[in-house]
Every structure is written in structure tokens, then in C-alpha cells.
Design a protein around this ligand. Structure first.
Ligand code: CMC
Length: 428
């Protein structure tokens, strides 16, 4: 007999179906409750609300498990390339050699952006934030592909848009960094793989030959894989919400970039590094004082806490280990790493953080690695977006393939009840 939930409201009893996921997660299906009883459910911040079924990413926050399409994040970060993971997220299975070759070749064919798009960069004032630029570029891309504005056209047209977006994102991200420095942009080179091409366009120079450092390529692959998807987080839910109105892919991803920019979400990676620098420069490295101020709610410890992980963030564990390794291989001795470790220790042994289950999240160590690789701090969230792009697209694709309903939450109205319209003289 299948489970049912019984809810009693005003003397009447309602039976609600229970649905069970493949990992035995159970949910009470309340979709018919309002029609039957006139009640809606209330859950500010969707802390306990499943807005969709999804076959892409599984996350168990209590056990610290993260899997893409059934594969553990630890295995993917260790053994796969970012393009393999992109393929996996989009198609549900790991690619064969031939499939990966075709996929990577398709990506290589679409890396250039229209020259007029490059001119858009001219209008940004010096110092404008890379995430604002990325949002603009994503929206602007749609103008160059009017054929792809209808997401219902055909699966082939959608696939072409997906490939275009994945292929052009590294080009745009690299241009943002180059333009920010006032350097000439570098055009993509078909001889490089996806990640190396991005690094070449970002760190190469028109005046000399580029030699990719395998340590850097490997670190970048790992970072991008760790960020590639994270089920229904703020930006992904935004992408799905916008996509549910049948908005085109560029608009949906642009909205996801906007959501990611916030300091409580992807923007935290920039905040973490600035916080560590502040501790070093303004707090004289006094970590105890910083922890005390966080406990007094005078400041937030960026890179700590997570809505879903209440034990540890597996991505942070991988990055902590990788951080030591990458810095050693690059010969970088960054005092910020010592401050970060001290802060982690101080927080993890403090009852405030223990009781609230506040652990370092993925953003805590990523910034130190990005810095060691040579990225300027304001670029960090763009790198998160570059990694998250295949996840956003896969989630958007799943929503469209399942023909999901338009997203439209309810509310509990708490404003004034009906009142007469006063003329101007009667107003206070
Ligand atoms: N520093 C100090 N106190 C904290 C922190 C923090 N980073 N995070 C949560 N708390 C406290 C919070 O004040 C609250 O205390 P109390 O019970 O006394 O009111 C308690 O812990 C629960 O916090 P919450 O805000 O209800 O938790 P949430 O699940 O709504 O928020 C979060 C999760 C990630 C938004 C939050 O922990 C936070 O703002 N962290 C800092 C920003 C950050 O690092 N974000 C990156 C998240 S991981 C990357 C990504 O996917 O975006």
C-alpha cells in the first residue's frame, strides 16, 4: 500500500499522495490541496519545498553526498574532464570516446563571438563589475541569434543554442578579464581543448607563444567540475523559473547569472577573499576577534554555512586538499591560506558554529586557488558561472523536455484590507 499523508483542516480530512525519489526521498504532494481545501502551504525561502522532480543531481546534505547523474563528485573531480561532465549533465550518460570527440569538436566550432559583441565592451566604464558585464553579454548574445529566440522551435535548434552558449561563454569570460586590464582580446584557438582555450584567452598574450601549465589546466578542470551543478539552488531555480515562462535560453541563463552574483550565493567567493584580506590588513590577523564579531551578528563569515549541507560540503573538502597541492606545485606561498585555516579551525571548534552546523562551503577555498592561478578577485564569480553553465542548461533542458508548468508561487497577503479611495484633501 502506498503512503498517504492525512491533513485535517477545519474538521475536514484530506488525503495527500506521497511521492518517492530514486534515493528514497519522500515528499507530500500538495499540488491539489488548495483546490480541495482552499489552503496553500507556506515555506519562506523554499526551505522544505520540492519545486520539481529532477534526474540530474542528487545531494544529501546530512551525509555530505553530491552526485551528478549517479556519479560521486569525488570520482568526477578526480577522473573526468570538464567537457565529459558537461556531456554527462546534458545527456545523462558519460560519453564514449567518439561521443566526446564529436561534442568537443562541436564546441570548438562555435567559440567565436560576433565582432559587434566585442564592441559592447567599449561602453563599460573602467572598473565595472565582471558579473554585470557577463549579464549584459548574455542578454546581448540573444540579439545575434534571433532564430533561437523561440525555445519551442525544434530539438535540433535547441541543441545548437546550447552548444553556442557553452562554446562562447569562455570567450566572453576571458574577454571580460582582458578588457578589464585594458589588454587586447585574444581569439579562440581550435588547437586547444575547452579549458586550455579559456586559459589561453585569459592569460595568453598577443606578443608571445602561450604554454599551458598542466597544473593550472588540471586545477581549472577540477574547479569547473565542482561547480557544474548543485540541484535547485537560488540561481538554478531562477533559470528554471524564467525558463518556465518559455523565455529563451539566453534570457534564462542571464537571470541565473544575476542570481549567482549575490554574496549569499556565488558572490560569496569574492567576499571570502576580500574578508581574508581584510582580516590580514585591518584586523591584524586576529581571527578570534572575527569569530566573536560573527557570533555577535556584526559580520557574516563568508564561505561558511549552507542551506542544505549540515555536516560538511564535499566540494569544500576536495578543494581544501587541492588548495595545498596546487599552491605547492605552483610554488605559491599565500599567507591568506594560513589565515583561512586558522579561521576554519576557530569556527569549527566554537559552539555557535557547531550548534548551527556552519561548515566551510565550496567558496571558502576556491578564491585562494583562483588567486594563485592569477585571476583578479572580481572575476571569481564569473568563474563560478562558467562552471555552473552546463548545470543551468541541463536543468533548463529538463524543464522544457518535461513540459513543466509555469512557475508561479502563491503568497499569504498581509497588506491592508479593502478601503475607500480618498481624494487628495483627505490624505494624511
Ligand atoms: N556566519 C555567521 N553566522 C551565520 C552564517 C555565517 N556565514 N551563516 C549562517 N549563520 C547563522 C545565522 O545568523 C543563523 O543564526 P541564528 O540561528 O542565531 O539566527 C543561523 O546561522 C542559520 O542561518 P540561516 O541564514 O538561517 O541559514 P540559511 O540556510 O538560510 O543560509 C547561507 C545559508 C549560505 C545563505 C548562509 O549560511 C550564509 O549567508 N553564508 C555566508 C555566505 C556564503 O558563504 N554563501 C555561499 C554558499 S555555498 C555556494 C553556493 O552554492 O552559493
Amino acid at each position: 500500500m502506498s503512503d498517504k499523508a492525512i491533513i485535517n483542516l477545519e474538521g475536514k480530512s484530506y488525503e495527500l499522495p506521497v511521492i518517492t525519489g530514486t534515493e528514497n526521498e519522500k515528499a507530500v504532494d500538495i499540488s491539489k490541496l488548495r483546490a480541495q481545501s482552499s489552503y496553500v502551504t507556506f515555506d519562506e525561502g523554499y526551505k522544505n519545498t520540492g519545486a520539481t522532480t529532477s534526474g540530474i543531481t542528487f545531494l544529501d546534505g546530512e551525509k555530505g553526498i553530491l552526485r551528478y547523474r549517479g556519479y560521486n563528485i569525488e570520482d568526477l573531480a578526480e577522473k573526468a574532464s570538464f567537457t565529459e561532465v558537461m556531456y554527462l549533465l546534458l545527456n545523462g550518460e558519460l560519453p564514449t570516446t567518439d561521443q566526446l570527440g564529436t561534442f568537443e569538436n562541436n564546441l570548438t566550432q562555435h567559440t567565436l563571438v560576433h565582432e559587434n559583441l566585442v564592441k559592447v565592451f567599449e561602453v563599460f566604464p573602467t572598473g565595472s563589475h565582471p558579473m554585470g558585464q557577463l549579464m549584459t553579454m548574455m542578454a546581448s548574445l540573444s540579439s545575434f541569434y534571433p532564430d533561437s529566440l523561440n525555445p519551442n522551435k525544434s530539438p535540433e535548434a535547441t541543441n545548437l543554442t546550447i552548444i553556442r552558449l557553452l562554446a562562447k561563454m569562455p570567450t566572453l569570460a576571458a574577454m571580460i578579464q582582458k578588457k578589464g586590464k585594458g589588454h587586447p582580446v585574444l581569439y579562440p584557438q581550435n588547437k586547444y581543448d575547452y579549458v586550455t582555450n579559456f586559459l589561453y584567452m585569459t592569460f595568453g598574450n598577443v606578443t608571445e607563444e602561450y604554454h599551458a601549465d598542466p597544473v593550472v589546466v588540471d586545477a581549472m578542470n577540477k574547479l569547473l567540475i565542482l561547480h557544474a551543478d548543485h540541484e535547485q539552488n537560488c540561481s538554478t531555480s531562477t533559470v528554471r523559473m524564467v525558463g518556465s515562462s518559455h523565455a529563451n535560453l539566453y534570457a534564462s541563463i542571464g537571470a541565473g547569472i544575476a542570481a549567482l552574483w549575490g554574496p549569499r550565493h556565488g558572490g560569496a567567493n569574492q567576499e571570502v577573499l576580500e574578508m581574508l584580506e581584510y582580516i590580514r590588513d585591518k584586523d591584524n590577523g586576529d581571527v578570534k576577534k572575527v569569530v566573536a564579531e560573527a557570533k555577535d551578528k556584526k559580520r557574516l563569515l563568508f564561505g561558511f554555512g549552507h542551506r542544505v549541507y549540515k555536516n560538511f560540503d564535499p566540494r569544500a573538502n576536495i578543494l581544501k586538499k587541492a588548495c595545498d597541492n596546487i599552491l605547492a606545485k605552483l610554488g605559491v606561498n599565500d599567507p591568506l591560506l594560513a589565515i583561512a585555516k586558522e579561521l576554519e579551525q576557530a569556527a569549527l571548534s566554537d559552539p555557535y558554529f557547531i550548534e548551527r552546523k556552519l561548515y566551510p562551503n565550496v567558496d571558502f577555498y576556491s578564491g585562494i586557488i583562483y588567486k594563485a592561478l592569477g585571476f583578479p578577485t572580481p572575476m571569481f564569480t564569473v568563474l563560478f558561472a562558467l562552471g555552473r553553465l552546463p548545470g543551468w542548461i541541463s536543468q533548463w533542458k529538463e524543464l522544457r523536455e518535461n513540459n513543466e508548468d509555469i512557475g508561479r508561487p502563491r503568497q499569504i497577503y498581509t497588506g491592508p484590507v479593502q478601503r475607500p479611495f480618498p481624494d487628495m484633501k483627505g490624505r494624511k
